[in-house]
Design a protein around this ligand. Structure first.
Ligand code: DAH
Length: 418
């Protein structure tokens, strides 16, 4: 099973290697906009609403209706939903570790770029700030791309708390397949220590012990070198930064990224690093839930299909419930073959297709790409797999949507169909 969602989550900030190369995406590569730094208007935007969670859109708005619909679904608050069950299990573990640990899961997913990026030392030109990666409500507000966006807020709001967890839905523009979805869930954890009494090495030790314990609890593993390993990583907000992998189902699997909170981040939250320091981690929930409950497709988390929902109860973690796949309905395949302009970005196409097709779009694969030797023009051919999870799609209804996609790619992405 391809488990890219979590990989995207953690590799996003890696500075040495292009994110896509590491993220396990095989089928689709991306053409960068030719003029670096030139603000590109996202191509797939419908008329903006008056406001999103109290924030007024401006010309930078690029949130399609299909993504907007996900806001407020609150899957984590549903104790019978696999993501809610996992979130509860993580909370139980931390409550046992520290009875004073606080849990937050009702923060609004619209946050300022200051909280999401600046305070966390994400550089001004970092790819994660680009409108082809991130949903902007306006120039100053985004749909949070990670739950780290709440770190400074909680640190300054509750200076007396020594540890907290914050979970919620996060949003990133991405490609479409069984393990990538523009909305997913993360949990952020923080623990603080008295800097006069606890050394940085001890903070790191506590971090590793705590998170190995979490992984052991979730996956029913013994801690030790043959089941868990730590790899050096890079995140702008922690120093040093590491990543935990576990050996599970015959392979190493990335579980989370973490590290000692960078002093600048503490200062940005109004804390004095001479007095307090601590650790932080970020955990992607979908991928872990997919593995724990045997869920093969990330879109199932959002489905209203009773055949999915009724398989889980609040006891599913302890009872080790595994999802029993129900039979799939047949797909309808549609190809799009086109000459692309230089500034073409695959993500814009994916978004447009998802905008028209919603969850009926199972995946989009790049089947062919070549550059004409004489004209220098590039051609790409994508295959869109359409499939509904609860009924058979007719060719006619898919055609209507596919035609709309074709119209829009020509109109908005300036491609020439072949
Ligand atoms: N925010 C990171 C991401 O989404 C995950 C993360 C990594 C959070 C390290 C942390 C951390 O707090 O210390 O990719």
């Amino acid at each position: 099973m391809a488990l890219g969602a979590g990989l995207v989550t953690l590799r996003r900030f890696s500075r040495s290697v292009p994110r896509r190369a590491l993220a396990g995406h095989t089928a689709v590569t991306r053409t960068a906009p030719k003029v670096p730094g030139l603000p590109r208007k996202a191509a797939t935007v419908l008329a903006p609403p008056e406001e999103i969670l109290g924030i007024k859109p401006d010309e930078k708005y690029n949130v399609p209706a299909g993504v907007r619909e996900k806001l407020g679904k609150n899957l984590l608050l549903n104790e019978k939903h696999p993501l809610g069950i996992l979130w509860k299990t993580v909370q139980d573990y931390f409550a046992e570790q520290d009875p004073n640990c606080k849990f937050f899961d009702t923060e609004k997913p619209v946050v300022s770029t200051v909280e999401c990026f600046d305070k966390l030392r994400v550089p001004p030109d970092h790819v994660s700030r680009s409108p082809s990666d991130t949903y902007y409500v306006n120039a100053d507000y985004v749909l949070r791309t990670h739950t780290s966006a709440h770190q400074c807020q909680f640190l300054s709001q509750y200076p007396e708390i020594s540890s907290f967890l914050c979970a919620g839905d996060v949003y990133r523009r991405d490609e479409i397949d069984a393990s990538h979805y523009p909305a997913f869930h993360q949990c952020e954890g923080v623990r603080l220590f008295d800097a006069q009494k606890v050394s940085k090495e001890e903070v790191m030790e506590d971090l590793k012990k705590t998170l190995e314990g979490l992984a052991a609890h979730l996956f029913n593993l013994k801690t030790g070198e043959d089941t868990m390993r730590w790899l050096d990583e890079y995140f702008p907000f922690t120093e040093p930064s590491v990543e935990l992998e576990i050996f599970y189902q015959e392979d190493w699997m990335e579980v989370l990224g973490c590290g000692v909170i960078h002093h600048d981040v503490l200062r940005n939250a109004g804390l004095d690093p001479e007095k307090v320091h601590g650790w932080a981690f970020g955990l992607g929930l979908e991928r872990l839930a997919m593995v724990l409950f045997g869920i093969p497709d990330i879109r199932l988390f959002w489905s209203d299909d009773e055949r999915f929902a009724q398989q889980f109860t609040a006891q599913s973690f302890t009872e080790k419930t595994k999802f029993k796949p129900f039979s799939k309905y047949p797909p309808v395949l549609k190809d799009i073959s086109m000459w692309i302009p230089e500034e073409f970005v695959d993500n814009d196409l994916f978004e447009m297709i998802r905008d028209e097709g919603g969850d009926q779009v199972e995946k989009v694969d790049l089947l062919d790409e070549f550059t004409h030797p004489k004209t220098g023009r590039t051609s790409k051919m994508f295959r869109v797999t359409w499939r509904d999870m609860s009924r058979t799609l007719t060719n006619e209804e898919v055609n209507t949507k596919h035609e709309k996609v074709l119209e829009r790619v020509v109109e908005e992405l300036k491609v020439e169909l072949r």
